[in-house]
Design a protein around this ligand. Structure first.
Ligand SMILES: Cc1cc2nc3c(=O)[nH]c(=O)nc-3n(C[C@H](O)[C@H](O)[C@H](O)COP(=O)(O)OP(=O)(O)OC[C@H]3O[C@@H](n4cnc5c(N)ncnc54)[C@H](O)[C@@H]3O)c2cc1C
Length: 236
């Protein structure tokens, strides 16, 4: 799995000052925009309350009050590669994310390695999966080639042949979400109840998102997926 942050919100402080007459060098990019949007609601430019005087404090209060709409102004875009088709099916259930997914009709699917689910790593079952994956790709190739040889256009040959591929087939995608949408994803997928592969993705996303917008994700614990405490308590 590879997860790279390829774009995120930049806050134009000059334009904001032009529009409002207010400027603060303390405004960062993604978090700064959320704070500025929140402050614009009440035209509250003076930072009188020490608890909310800095961006972390301000956004902690926003999160506490579930005033999440201000987090919708900033967004982050990721390029995600080498995740499974099963993960794709789960991630696309999040309706506020925007996707551009590698096409199996246009992009040939031979010569790709299986994505191994975390629970199988290091076990003999990994070899079984690799074997099953290779066999599936072999069938894919045979069907694709025989259809093409019989005159079926390349795209249609690939779209039919992909029926032989497994959930372990890797896929790449560009995914954009605003910070509220990413919080929704993390709440459900950086969770002990979530599938292990998507939980790994969620952790990678959280690392990037915290680097980009620390205030907007300050209540997530990188070392503890949600529900971890309950699992620990039950095991004790
Ligand atoms: C552990 C786990 C197991 C799962 N198992 C299954 C399963 O067996 N089968 C299955 O089909 N799915 C399953 N899912 C997927 C799950 O049902 C959701 O589709 C997925 O988690 C996206 O969540 P969401 O719909 O709350 O969020 P998003 O689509 O990310 O939306 C975020 C929030 O926006 C609001 N919202 C979005 N759209 C609407 C709307 N149309 N109307 C009202 N409010 C809206 C809701 O508050 C929602 O929580 C599972 C998910 C998890 C985490």
């Amino acid at each position: 799995m590879q997860v790279n942050l390829i774009a995120y919100t930049k806050f134009n402080k000059d334009a904001f000052e032009y529009a409002t007459g207010f400027r603060s060098e303390a405004f960062s990019d993604a978090d700064g925009l959320a704070e500025a949007a929140g402050r614009a609601c009440y035209q509250a430019w003076e930072r009188k309350n020490p608890a909310t005087a800095d961006t972390m404090g301000y956004l902690a209060n926003i999160i506490d009050h579930q005033h999440f709409s201000v987090l919708e102004h900033s967004s982050a875009t990721f390029y995600i590669t080498d995740v499974s088709r099963s993960l794709l099916a789960e991630l696309t259930r999040h309706r506020h994310l925007s996707f551009s997914v590698e096409s199996q009709r246009y992009v040939d699917q031979a010569d790709r390695e299986a994505v191994i689910p975390p629970a199988l790593r290091g076990l003999a079952a990994t070899s079984l999966l690799v074997f099953a994956h290779q066999e599936a790709v072999h069938n894919y190739r045979m069907v694709r080639d025989s259809l093409e040889e019989s005159g079926v256009p390349r795209k249609q040959a690939r779209e039919a042949a992909r029926a032989f591929l497994l959930n372990s087939q890797p896929v790449s995608m560009v995914v954009t979400g605003n910070m509220r949408a990413w919080r929704e994803v993390l709440t459900k997928r950086y969770h002990m109840a979530a599938d292990a592969e998507i939980r790994e993705l969620a952790r990678e996303l959280l690392i990037w998102l915290r680097a980009t917008a620390p205030g907007s994700f300050q209540d997530f614990d990188l070392d503890n997926p949600i529900g971890n405490e309950e699992v620990r308590r039950a095991a004790a």
